[in-house]
Design a binder for this molecule. Sequence first.
Ligand SMILES: NC(=O)c1ccc[n+]([C@@H]2O[C@H](COP(=O)([O-])OP(=O)(O)OC[C@H]3O[C@@H](n4cnc5c(N)ncnc54)[C@H](OP(=O)(O)O)[C@@H]3O)[C@@H](O)[C@H]2O)c1
Length: 308
Amino acid sequence: MQYLNIVNGPEHASSIILGCMRMPALSVSDAAGMIRAAWQEGINFFDHATCYGDGEAETRFGDAFPETGLRREQVYLQSKCGLHFDRKEFDWSKEDILSSVDGSLRRLRTDYLDTLLLHRPDLLFEPEQVAEAFEQLWQSGKVRFFGVSNVTPGQLMLLKKYVRQPLVINQLQFSLEQTQLIDPGLYLNNLTTDRSVDRDNGVLDYCRLNSITIQAWSPLQFGMFKGCFVDHPDFPEMNRALGEIGEQYGVPKTAVAIAWILRHPARMQAIAGTMNPQHLRDICAAAKVRLTHQEWYRLYLAAGKFLP
Ligand SMILES: NC(=O)c1ccc[n+]([C@@H]2O[C@H](COP(=O)([O-])OP(=O)(O)OC[C@H]3O[C@@H](n4cnc5c(N)ncnc54)[C@H](OP(=O)(O)O)[C@@H]3O)[C@@H](O)[C@H]2O)c1
């Protein structure tokens, strides 16, 4: 496993995170097995959100954790707030942030979160309210560090005008198939492809310039939760390249796909969402791989991109 110090945030955080969005599908004992498998691979960082399974993911984790033999302080627990699919609204009000955190703490059976992220922008957000909520959570010791997810540079700047605590993480979608985070940097000014369209206002460069760690969500999915691209018949060239490079390093294809994310100099974390211990072990073999510059480009092109 590789580790990084998140600037102004958790130190020695594993570069691969176990994402717990799909944990409601597991029994308590299988969830404990999954957490233990992650720990054995060197993962010390776990991602949650209040909305995953309507709280069921946090409940399952909280119920399972005592069975793992791990101590709370050995791991980093992260949760996210603000998404209310049940109410069909996103909410970053002070009241909602505070009550979400209390719910997460109760379900996870802990008295603090290491990191709290605002999950996805509330179109009506008032940064003053976020600042008040964060201050209260920080003063009370309920949350150690703060960040965001799916947030643009402009929204980050607006938050930073009011929020006193550093915003240390931005969780964004990024995979070998979903490359919108990096594409505009390459196709700039190119009217022949939609890839030149900068849909997120340069969030990658903004995060790098401001030492905000990017966490890549759905690192093996194509589209939005359409399925895993590894061994999928729709991606023959990509899978050929993943297979050939994997053979050279003696690792599975999924490890190469994760190594491709970790090779980016922004030093991202990748959030693996598998709930299968063997799949997770395969993914963690990414730690054995440092792709060459040329291999990284070969994979980008094999994923259907081209050089202008
Ligand atoms: N901030 C946000 O807006 C946001 C959005 C989405 C997700 N997330 C976070 O990101 C995490 C990861 O998302 P994700 O689950 O979509 O990511 P993923 O790791 O790209 O996909 C995992 C899914 O792929 C399946 N899969 C099929 N073959 C696989 C293989 N060989 N190896 C590994 N997985 C395989 C897994 O099934 P098996 O379980 O059977 O392996 C699982 O259903 C979530 O848990 C959540 O924490 C954040």
